[in-house]
Design a binder for this molecule. Structure first.
Ligand SMILES: [Zn+2]
Length: 281
């Protein structure tokens, strides 16, 4: 079973995850969630800390704040622990600590050994939107929309389609690097066009984010997803594929920031220099 933070913020709807008896404690912590978690508040329109407001467990007037307490109390009868946790729906609510009226809600269906997210508000896409927004400067308008669409589709349980969009973003990064490389002397375009994707990436190594050239298999997995993997497998692998793409875009963002800073300093330096010269004259 995934960690609670991942279940709340990354898990797509209608995707079953299994758990073992050893993970009953995680279930308990989810059902009675009172922790804090940081994410984007769509009503504040900024990052915020959210706090779980689920009620503490009380049985027969006794407070039972932790899983350990529950287990110890019914150590001779584990059935009671199971009755508390299995075969039911969980409703997890969190509140924005900047404004308590901003609430998030998550629903889970729990069986004997599976947990499945069956609802949430705000949508996964809305929670992820600001993270994607960050990449707007390094994506074309079209690719930015497609990145949003990829995340939006997983919210609705569409895994294969979301892989298609991620692969298009990947291909776009390659083509962008290709355009730059073509301007260079000694570039052999025929080799490039004939090459398989991993060969292309090797040829473009110096023009691509290092994370991409070191992790060529991302493309292979995305392609396999489109042709061979099931809808559920794609959904399961999507978060890690997305982070892979984000790491590439992070590198591009850094590069852009650095270039911006360099340009500013260059400009400032030359203005200082011309002032000094004026004073000397
Ligand atoms: Zn808020």
């Amino acid at each position: 079973m995934k960690p609670i933070e991942e279940l709340l913020l990354n898990d797509a709807l209608y995707q079953k995850d299994t758990f073992t008896v050893e993970e009953h404690e995680l279930l308990f912590n989810l059902k009675h969630y009172r922790g804090t978690i940081d994410y984007h508040c769509s009503e504040c329109n900024s990052s915020s800390t959210f706090e779980g407001t689920n009620r503490e467990l009380v049985i027969g007037g006794h407070r039972i704040p932790t899983f350990r307490d529950l287990r110890n109390r019914f150590s001779s009868n584990y059935n009671v622990v199971e009755q508390q946790l299995l075969n039911q729906y969980y409703f997890v609510e969190t509140e924005c600590t900047r404004d308590r009226s901003h609430k998030s809600m998550f629903f889970f269906k729990v069986t004997d050994d599976t947990i499945e997210k069956v609802g949430q508000y705000p949508s996964l896409a809305a929670l992820n939107q600001p993270m994607i927004q960050k990449y707007r400067p390094v994506l074309s308008e079209e690719k930015y929309k497609e990145f949003n669409r990829a995340v939006g589709l997983t919210t609705h349980g569409v895994g294969i389609g979301s892989f298609v969009y991620l692969r298009r973003i990947f291909e776009d990064l390659i083509e962008e690097a290709h355009k730059v490389a073509q301007q260079e002397e000694g570039w052999n375009n025929d080799d490039f066009i004939r090459g398989r994707m991993d060969e292309k990436i090797e040829l473009l190594k110096h023009h691509l984010p290092s994370f991409l050239s070191e992790n060529k298999m991302i493309y292979g997995i995305l392609s396999k997803g489109i042709h061979e993997l099931s809808e559920n497998e794609c959904l399961e692998y999507f978060p890690i594929m997305k982070v892979g793409i984000e790491l590439m875009l992070d590198e591009k963002l850094e590069e852009l920031e650095k270039k911006k800073k360099q340009d500013e300093v260059k400009k400032a330096l030359s203005s200082i220099q011309s002032k000094i010269k004026k004073n000397e004259a």
